[in-house]
Write a new protein. Structure first.
Length: 170
């Protein structure tokens, strides 16, 4: 006797149960992977913005500032020519670059980098009073991985990886 092609109800239910178990095991790992990737991407974008500001200052011979929107780096930033090192873009001046808010990321700063970072035509980072500026921006992700972007007094920039518990204690 020929059997009809297809699945029985029991076979279908068994297959769905196996798929549901596999998905319940994989979902937390996938969520952690997405959180890590989001934090890593945000770190790359912020580091690229710092590199762009420093390189533009050196190539153009003009002072350039990278300024946090409303004093919060996670809400985005803009880069512009800032001859007087005040971190305030005149309304008539067009920014060189703008970045929108970051999703699922908070950024902690050192005390001198809260509002803006200023690069001279020599590529150095300086504070509003003219003193050298070395600092860090810590990107705290929702998962177990977080990142830190560090720049030294010469303006050189590097990234560090760490756990959220170490870099962003609650």
């Amino acid at each position: 006797m020929a059997r009809d092609q297809g699945f029985t109800l029991v076979e279908l239910l068994f297959t769905l149960a196996v798929v549901a178990i596999a998905l319940s095991i994989a979902a937390p790992s996938f969520s952690e992977m997405l959180s890590k990737q989001r934090a890593s991407t945000a770190t790359h974008e912020l580091r690229s913005a710092l590199d762009f500001a420093r390189e533009t200052a050196a190539h153009s011979g003009q002072s350039i500032s990278l300024v946090a929107n409303n004093g919060d780096w996670a809400t985005g930033w803009e880069i512009f020519v800032d001859a007087d090192n005040r971190g305030i873009r005149p309304p008539e001046q067009t920014p060189l670059a703008v970045h929108a808010a970051l999703t699922g990321i908070s950024i902690r700063t050192d005390s001198t980098s809260r509002r803006f970072i200023h690069f001279t035509p020599q590529g150095n980072a300086i504070q509003p009073n003219g003193a050298f500026h070395a600092g860090s921006l810590t990107l705290c992700g929702e998962g177990r991985s977080s990142f830190r972007v560090v720049f030294n007094k010469a303006g050189r920039i590097r990234s560090e990886t760490g756990t959220t518990n170490d870099l962003c204690p609650r």
